[in-house]
Design a protein around this ligand. Sequence first.
Ligand code: HEC
Ligand code: HEC
Length: 221
Amino acid sequence: MLSRCLPGLLLASLGCSLALASPPQERWNTPYAEKTAALELKGDIVRGESAFVICQGCHRVGALGRSDGSYPRLAGQHATVLIKQLSDVRSGRRSNLKMLPFADHQALSMQDVADIAAYLRSLPVPASQGQGPGNDLARGRQLYERDCQVCHGRQGEGKADKFFPRVSGQHYQYLLREGGLIRDGKRRNAHPDMVQAISTYSDDDNAAVSDYMSRLPMDGR
Ligand code: HEC
Ligand code: HEC
């Protein structure tokens, strides 16, 4: 709690009382109208496929992303996770300036968001994602089982109803980058228990755990 209040010393009393009013465990996923509405709409896979065409330039055909980690794989991700992440970007809770013009309120309706999420969830996930160097997998496994598995699941399958992303099938380089952003407080919508768990990780720890996650089997689907 202390570190949360330090950056804005002048606003510390305000910041801290707000923080006390709403526990961080809830703030990472506070309900807001746009997200709740998109989650309640029924997504249509066929419409979602057409709406996804504007996304393919970056996320690629089949939403397979790029193994250099510049664009994440979206295929097979839970619809709830996709809707939360898109709504968070659209409402300024997660930064993604590159993508925003293609995903903002002018580009996509809430129905489009629900349709795209249903389409992406339905896609197959080939086991051909980018992996890490493979030289520290025992350590990666140890860290994963101790700190991450409770939410991301034994096989990296995540948990749809809790908004925990699937991490199996994802590119190593993307996991590595996001792990760093989460640790350094730059993914503002991240679960505080995860931020806490990863806060003591060195770059080597982050690389080891990301490598391990990128190799989890996709048959946990
Ligand atoms: C100009 C390139 C670009 C376009 C076009 C684009 N995206 Fe993205 N998208 C990105 C980047 C880059 C990221 C990763 C951001 C980061 O590193 O935090 C991302 C991340 C995401 C994520 C979060 C994934 C996760 O695992 O948290 C979702 C969901 C997403 N995009 C959906 C879409 C959809 C749907 C469209 C089309 C409406 C779209 N994107 C169009 C660049 C793009
Ligand atoms: C308390 C549950 C929880 C724990 C523990 C947890 N995570 Fe997460 N993780 C989440 C949630 C929730 C998200 C999505 C965050 C958001 O809302 O933006 C996420 C997202 C991620 C992402 C980004 C995935 C994507 O698709 O963009 C990575 C990488 C990640 N976690 C790695 C880890 C690692 C490594 C650990 C262990 C050190 C860990 N997590 C522990 C809940 C957890």
